[in-house]
Design a protein around this ligand. Structure first.
Ligand code: HEC
Length: 149
């Protein structure tokens, strides 16, 4: 009779360990996820920092270069004529330089909008083009040079 009690106790312990192990397993996975989230949160700050650096190093205004970049990189979404809205992106003749700088650096509107400027869209569809940040004054000058109204 004693051996039955022993076997029962051992069996219960065995089952307890088997079923308790998977319950303990998940935490390490959660830790990895936390690390990823932290990295993702850190990214925007880095981009803003880089944006601030590159703005200082902006190249001299070259309307022809601005036109070339506009017609190669921006008209995928914006209209060939920046006075008119495109298939995805709105017209951009009304965006001040600093708004264009923020859009090109981060894809987003600046956190503090210039006085009187109203974003054409509330969407967040634009992608960033950090490689063109130093040429934004040229792109902006090109867009303004053919502004209609
Ligand atoms: C992937 C499509 C896409 C591309 C490519 C793109 N844009 Fe945009 N852009 C948008 C969209 C969509 C908006 C409206 C807000 C939003 O959803 O981000 C916008 C908004 C803007 C605005 C603000 C206009 C306003 O008055 O509200 C500016 C300025 C701008 N884009 C500049 C550029 C420049 C310069 C380029 C090329 C270097 C470019 N965009 C390339 C999609 C694009």
């Amino acid at each position: 009779m004693n051996s039955f009690i022993w076997l029962g106790t051992l069996g219960a312990l065995y089952l307890f360990f088997i079923f308790s192990t998977p319950v303990k397993a998940p935490p390490p996975i959660r830790v990895e996820k936390t690390v990823e989230v932290t990295k993702a949160e850190a990214a925007p700050a880095e981009i803003v920092e880089k944006a601030a650096e590159v703005v200082v190093e902006a190249e001299p205004v070259d309307i022809e270069k601005g036109k070339a970049i506009y017609l190669s990189a921006c008209i995928k979404c914006h209209n060939k004529d920046p006075n008119v809205k495109g298939p995805i992106g709105p017209e951009m003749v009304d965006a001040p330089l600093e708004v264009m700088q923020a859009k090109v650096a981060t894809g987003r509107y600046p956190e503090v909008l210039p006085e009187g400027f109203v974003p054409k869209r509330k969407t967040k569809q634009m992608t960033k083009f950090p490689q063109y940040l130093k040429d934004v004054p040229s792109i902006h000058a090109y867009v303004q040079s053919i502004k209609k109204k």
